[in-house]
Structure formats: structure tokens, C-alpha cells
Design a protein around this ligand. Sequence first.
Ligand code: FA5
Length: 358
Amino acid sequence: MLEKAQQLKLQFEEKVNTAKNPADLEQLRIEFLGKKGSVASLMSELRNVPNDQKKEAGQIINEVKQFIENAIKEKNVELQKLEEERLINAAEDYDVTFPITEEKGSYHPITLVQRELEDIFAAMGFSIEDYDEIVDDYHCFEALNIPKHHPARDMQDTYYLSTNQLLKTHTSAAQNAILKKYTSELEADRPIRVIFPGRCFRNEKIDACHENTFFQMEGVMVDKDISISNLIYFMKTMLSEVFQQDITVRLRPGFFPFVEPGFELDIQCTICGGKGCPSCKDSGWLELCPCGMIHPNVLTAGGLDPEKYTGFAFGLGLTRLAMMRYGIKDIRVFNSCNLKSLSQFENATFTQPEKEVK
Ligand code: FA5
């Protein structure tokens, strides 16, 4: 046993000197100290050693094991040091006088609002899904009961690509895929509850409340007997959670081919408190969350029986919600890359009307 242990030690010493980096060393560790490694196999041979020699043989093996463990540790320190030196030598532009800054990055205000909403909806049992930004006509329009002549399909509104595809104009473009993906929920007697935030693109004239790239958050809920009351409950809960206090909203009829009936949920402008300003185009209100009961044709296109199931959908304007949430007067700030403006919201609470945020 002594001979075998010494042989193992020699074998290890030879190999450890050839290790060039931490990965080689890890290989060695596994080879010698792993569960099926050489030390373990030597240990298993202890059972063949006569009882009166077992103790001494065990000690010898343990000493070799200890030796290998220590040698690996030492070699590791040596290799790490060499690696650091290699990196320093390789960095041609390495500047030792470069100031070390403690400045931290921050989340974009839209990310903050999106995460807040995701938490609120997740607490109400909603799943969160992501969807493509490049879609086809079927998903963006046809599956949503949007007829061929509808103005939304106009080149004026939609960015078409040479591949016959288009940039998603609204998050509703994911509805069909989501309904199909979650059919199993209904089969298991559970409602479909999903939100799917995303970036949208429209060929819009840009002003204080319109961008050509903005974010929406869509949500759908489908089950037996879902009604407008469910829709209103979820909208109210969501808004009171986001703003953490009463805000004034109004619901008015709205037309979207994919819902029937459809509504526009407007929020009183929190920048001017309803008096009228450029952020709300002087109306005192901002269109925030169109919604409605999912049209039977949309349910059918999604593979669901409209005789059996009903549901609601909403398409929240996430960028506009962030404006109201943080008192940002001009939507163009969001895509401005102006870090000074964008980094001040991480710890912000709801901004009261008239409170200025530069
Ligand atoms: C839609 O996009 C529908 N897909 C919403 C919907 C979903 C209705 C489900 C019914 C059921 P609309 O075009 O109104 O609707 O846009 C929804 C929201 O996105 C608007 O209320 C607004 O808050 C925001 N939005 C729309 N266009 C812009 C834009 N150019 N810049 C910033 N936000 C915008």
C-alpha cells in the first residue's frame, strides 16, 4: 500500500507541473480527488489490507490526499497570478492612472414601471410572456379581426419590411399565439391569464406624447363567464397599485376590431392635474389603456370556442404610464439616451401634478 501511495504521489507531482491554467487544474482535481478518482480507488483497496495494517495504510492514503489537496491550492494561487499578469501585459491600453468611479448604472424608467406592473399582475395569477418585434400580417392584423382595408395597415402607420413582415404596431400582435399556447389552462379548468409587454413601432409624427417607438403591455384573461366587471376590477386594481393613491380615470366607448364591446380608459393628466398641457395635448386626459371583451372571431382564430369561453384584453400604454408615474412631461425623454434625465427615477415615488421633473 505504501508503494502504491508513493507512486500516486509521484504521478500527481509530474502532472501538476504541466497544468497551465485553472481548467487543467480542475481536471487534475477530478482525476485524483474526484468520487471516482485515484485516491478514492486506493481507499477502496483498504478492504483487502489485513486488519492489523489497516490503520497505518489509511493514514498513508490520507497523507497523500492531504498533500494533493494542498498542492492543488498552491498551484491554483500561482496560476491565478500568472493569468492576471498575462491579462495586464496583454492590455495595450491599460492605464493605471484611470480614476476608479463608484458611479452605478440605473434602470430605465420604462423598465421600472414594467417590472412594477409585472409584480402586480403576477400577484393576481398572471403569467408573463415575451413576443417577437418582427411579426407578420396575420398576427398583427388578420388574426385580430382587422379587415384588409383598415387604416392601421396603412404604410403611414406601419413599418413594413422587405421580407413581407412588419414591425409590431401593437402588443395585440401576440394575442393569437398566446391564446393557442395557453389552451391547456382552460382544458385543466383554469383561466388563461397572461400579460405580454413589448416594444411597438408606428410611423407616427413625434410630439410630447407620441413616439414612433414606444412600449405597451397587453393582457388577456379568458375563461367561462368572464365579464366586463372582471375587466374593470383588474384595471382598477392595477392603477391603484401603480399610483398608490386615488387617480381619476374615465371609461368611454372605443372601437377596436378585436374587441366587442371596446373601451378607452383615460387617466386624468397627472402633469397638469387635468387643466391641460402639451403632455396631454391640452385635453386634461391621456389615453392610457384601451380594452374590451375579446371578439368572438379572435377567440376562434386562437382555437377557442366563443360559445364556451369569453375574455377581456387590454393594451396599456406603458410609456405613457411611465410619464404619468414619474411626471415626465415629454415622451421624447425616454429614447433620448440622456443619462442625466433617465437615471433619476430608481427611487422615485408617484409624482404629484405640477411637480417639475427636468
Ligand atoms: C392599441 O394598440 C390596441 N392594440 C390596444 C388594445 C388591446 C385595445 C386590447 C383593446 C384590447 P392604441 O393604438 O390606442 O390601441 O394604443 C394603445 C395605447 O398605446 C394608447 O392608449 C397609448 O397609451 C399607447 N400609444 C399608442 N400610440 C402611441 C405612440 N405613438 N406613442 C406613445 N404611446 C402610444
